[in-house]
Design a protein. Structure first.
Length: 394
């Protein structure tokens, strides 16, 4: 909740980062008194050999009591309920989530059901419905984007009602986030680009929103600097393990920033484009980010200008007159999208008209703009933007 002049800051997640971070998992489980973890992941992660890498790193001390790799990209209540059944059948005592945002959020949903011994996740929708610690949850992100490994939030679809359900509680934070570059080395360039831009937007929106505070700012600025330095080089050199680790840390920092200072209109619109048109989250966010910055420029100019140093470096700041630095930040974000477009052979979309569905069709049409706008106005992310969308300032 945003209250002018007041803030709280929380990050209760232990982060373990490094080239051998996976090997810390057995010790982490031991400190949590867990011996029979259920590994939750998705098929793409399993097929990329990432599950095998994790299992190799934690053996022989830890053998998962169950492994399920069936989480779909847009997971929903039914998936969560089914996985909770598997957890119970195998007498598991912890969750090891290995995947992107959908896997990590699904694991959080499963953790609610198995910890509360319930079957209907909808009873816990909203803020603050949980009142006690959940089962141990370790999060191993395989993208450098969502930051879900450190957030107090889970977003899970209810396909029956065509809604996204939001769950927020301090008890949803994983016990530990494990950042190991081996988890993202095989991430395709377009996915690396889109998820990296999503993390950049988390940091920028946290820094320029009304709920910003000095603690979230510190996390946001470091995230922006790391992404500015490493995103394009990692696309150019995908096996750059140091760069991959830096991006994973950046996504983690940005996750802490927006978990405490919220996101803004870019995410409100991005959620709406995703819901109406089925466009992947990171793709929406990358496209919309420069427009969101421009829209809020008259209110956010000085804050936006401060981002030029972490994003582009001291040389660019020195060459840019002070009154042009905010505009230059927007230009740098556009250049970043342009470079990612070129480096991914055109797979990273710069505009909504460039987005292509699997069958080659264009999922975003002019007719969809109105339902997108309506849905965006109903999104919780608009509460901390500096100007509302009716033209009134706050
Ligand atoms: Fe995001």
């Amino acid at each position: 909740m945003y209250i002018p002049g007041y803030y709280e800051f929380r990050c209760s997640v232990k982060t373990v980062a490094g080239h051998q971070a996976l090997e810390a998992i057995p010790g982490l489980l031991e400190t949590l008194d867990a011996r029979r973890p259920m590994m939750i992941t998705d098929r793409g992660v399993a097929q990329a050999g990432i599950v095998a890498t994790v299992q190799g790193a934690i053996a022989p001390q830890v053998q998962p009591a169950a492994v399920d790799d069936s989480v779909p990209p847009d997971s929903d209540l039914d998936v969560v309920c089914r996985l909770a059944g598997i957890y119970r059948e195998n007498d598991c005592d912890a969750i090891l989530a290995v995947g992107g945002g959908s896997v990590l959020d699904t694991a959080k949903g499963v953790n609610i059901l198995v910890s509360e011994d319930e079957d209907d996740l909808r009873a816990f929708e909203g803020h603050g419905k949980l009142t006690r610690r959940l089962k141990p949850l370790l999060a191993v992100p395989t993208t450098a984007g969502t930051g879900s490994e450190v957030t107090t939030v889970a977003v899970i679809a209810d396909h029956g009602s065509k809604r996204k359900l939001f769950f927020t509680s301090p008890f949803l934070s994983p016990d530990a986030a494990i950042l190991d570059p081996r988890m993202t080395l095989s991430l395709p360039p377009a996915m690396t680009a889109a998820t990296g831009m999503d993390a950049l937007a988390h940091a920028i929106e946290a820094y320029t929103g009304l709920a910003k505070n000095p603690l979230s700012d510190a996390h946001a600025l470091m995230a922006i600097e790391l992404i500015g330095k490493h995103l394009v080089p990692v696309i150019e050199t995908p096996d750059d393990a140091d760069g991959r680790l830096a991006l994973a840390v950046a996504a983690n920092l940005a996750g802490v920033a927006f978990s405490n200072a919220m996101v803004g209109m870019v995410h409100a619109l991005g959620h709406a484009v995703g819901a109406v048109c089925g466009v992947p989250h990171g793709t929406c966010i990358a496209i919309l980010l420069p427009y969101g910055l421009e829209y809020n420029m008259h209110k956010n100019g000085p804050m936006t200008a401060e981002l030029l140093l972490p994003l582009a470096g001291a040389g660019v700041v020195a060459r840019t007159p002070a009154h042009l630095r905010a505009r230059q930040v927007v230009a740098v974000v556009r250049q970043l999208n342009q470079r990612l477009h070129q480096k991914t052979g055109g797979q990273h979309a710069r505009f909504l008209k460039e987005v292509k569905a699997a069958d080659g069709s264009a999922p975003v049409t002019i007719e969809m703009l109105e339902p997108i706008a309506e849905k965006a106005l109903d999104d919780g992310s608009i509460f901390t933007i500096p100007k509302n969308w009716t033209g009134m300032t706050c």
